[in-house]
Design a protein around this ligand. Structure first.
Ligand SMILES: [Zn+2]
Length: 184
């Protein structure tokens, strides 16, 4: 069984000045393990307000970070909804071109600029996913407009597109409001 030696070093005062920020170093007495380093904020008030990153260099205000994470997940959801609306339309377009083989599918998607990989990687992707899920529609905005115009509903697309733009702006605004300070 390994034994360990733990050392603790004060590296800075906490933001309010009443406590310490401490580096904990655990050294294992076997040649295979390196040292484990972690950090703690040893002040109840500061530990509840701030989190410390794994490098021990930066403190982040927890509340501002929660808001930013929330805005990010709204953005991801909104972006998924637009994507899910467009994929079946892309499938209809491709089916209308009647590609007779995987090789012909790959050639068509490559020509449209919505698939970037080799034929080999296309075969692998298609083993896992249906055609509409291997396309990267954001790579060809003109194609997106074309399939919406041909098979979709311009108002629904506009609604989803506006929601995405808005969630993107809110994501960036929340990210810019995250409060960070350096430990030292
Ligand atoms: Zn403090």
């Amino acid at each position: 069984m390994s034994t360990a030696e733990r050392d603790h070093y004060k590296i800075a005062a906490c933001p309010c000045g009443q406590g310490d920020i401490t580096r904990h170093v655990t050294s294992w007495d076997n040649p295979w393990s390196g040292v484990d380093v972690s950090y703690s904020i040893d002040c109840a008030a500061c530990a509840s307000r701030w989190s410390i990153d794994s490098s021990g260099a930066t403190l982040t205000d927890r509340k501002s970070e929660v808001e930013s994470r929330r805005a990010w997940s709204v953005y991801i959801e909104t972006s998924k909804r637009l994507d899910e609306y467009l994929r079946p339309l892309a499938l209809r377009y491709v089916a209308g071109q009647d590609p007779r083989s995987k090789k012909a599918e790959h050639a068509l998607l490559t020509q449209l600029g919505i698939y970037r990989g080799s034929y080999q990687s296309y075969l692998k992707d298609r083993q896992r996913s249906p055609l509409q899920d291997v396309c990267r529609l954001s790579a060809n905005p003109e194609f997106t407009v074309k399939i919406v115009t041909t098979y979709g509903d311009a108002r629904e697309y506009k609604r989803l597109r506006n929601a995405l733009d808005q969630s993107e702006a809110e994501r960036d605004a929340a990210a810019s409001k995250v409060v960070r300070r350096s430990v030292r």
